[in-house]
Design a protein around this ligand. Structure first.
Ligand SMILES: O=C(O)CCC(=O)C(=O)O
Ligand SMILES: [Fe+2]
Length: 243
């Protein structure tokens, strides 16, 4: 069973979302999918995904370990690399979570025939059109995407999604698929102001689309050691055609 067709909930008010986004550079839309679609995606994320471990590598780029590679590296080696990443995270920047890279998987033939590939197709079809409709930015031509799963301790440090480089990232999106979350379990998407305060913070949510203009300073707060359940989402950026 492949599940229902993945499409945006026809009931959402795109005009209202567009007004909010143009005003604030930010918008959240609840019930972005019809319930059966959200349930289907959650089921896939909970039961059908072989997650990779990703963290900031020594070269500053993401270090990705699939389950076979993690086993081959061994606990000792992984622990050592994670410890140096944590030092870098404190001094500069770091991140740690589980991921499934949708576009790379799709293009490389990983998990051929897997129903998750229909999400990837949706992202570069109806979802891109939604991004254009809400933002009014017709230069958006594609969306990348990864599934993410945060366990206790997982986090992303302070960053702005662009850094100093030229970037084709225009708008960040997250599709929240966390059904149940307690406010003290961490994992909030936090926006930070120049005084170091949190200007806005958003708990992991169920069936909610969040869009925000980049660059903006943000982080994902570490998930509490005692959190029960995982923070699940699909995240990526709407992009222009690039150089
Ligand atoms: O998961 C989120 O809420 C945001 C993720 C994020 O900031 C990123 O991947 O750059
Ligand atoms: Fe980010």
């Amino acid at each position: 069973m492949d599940g229902p067709a993945i499409r945006i909930n026809p009931k959402i008010d795109i005009g209202q979302a567009a007004d909010a986004f143009k005003r604030d550079g930010f918008v959240q839309i609840d019930e972005i999918f019809e319930p059966a679609v959200a349930e289907h995606l959650l089921h896939l994320l909970e039961t059908r995904i072989d997650w990779d471990l990703v963290f900031q590598g020594e070269d500053g780029r993401p270090s990705l370990f699939n389950q076979t590679q993690a086993k081959a590296a061994g606990n000792e080696e992984l622990r050592r690399r994670l410890a140096t990443m944590m030092t870098r995270a404190g001094a500069a920047y770091g991140f740690l979570y589980l991921t499934y890279p949708l576009i790379t998987a799709y293009l490389s033939g990983r998990d051929s025939g897997h129903p998750i590939h229909r999400l990837t197709e949706f992202l570069n079809d109806e979802f891109v059109r939604l991004g254009v409709a809400i933002s009014g930015q017709s230069e958006i031509v594609k969306a990348d995407g990864q599934l993410t799963r945060y366990r206790p301790g997982d986090f992303i440090g302070l960053h702005n999604d662009i850094g100093a480089e030229r970037s084709d990232r225009l708008i960040a999106y997250t599709l929240g698929l966390t059904r149940h979350w307690r406010p003290d379990w961490g994992g909030q998407l936090l926006f930070h102001d120049d005084a170091g305060d949190v200007s806005r913070g958003f708990a992991p949510r169920w069936n909610t689309l969040t869009l925000f203009r980049v660059p903006q300073n943000h982080s994902v707060a570490p998930v509490a050691a005692y959190a029960q359940g995982a923070r699940l989402s699909v995240v990526g950026w709407f992009r222009n055609a690039g150089a």
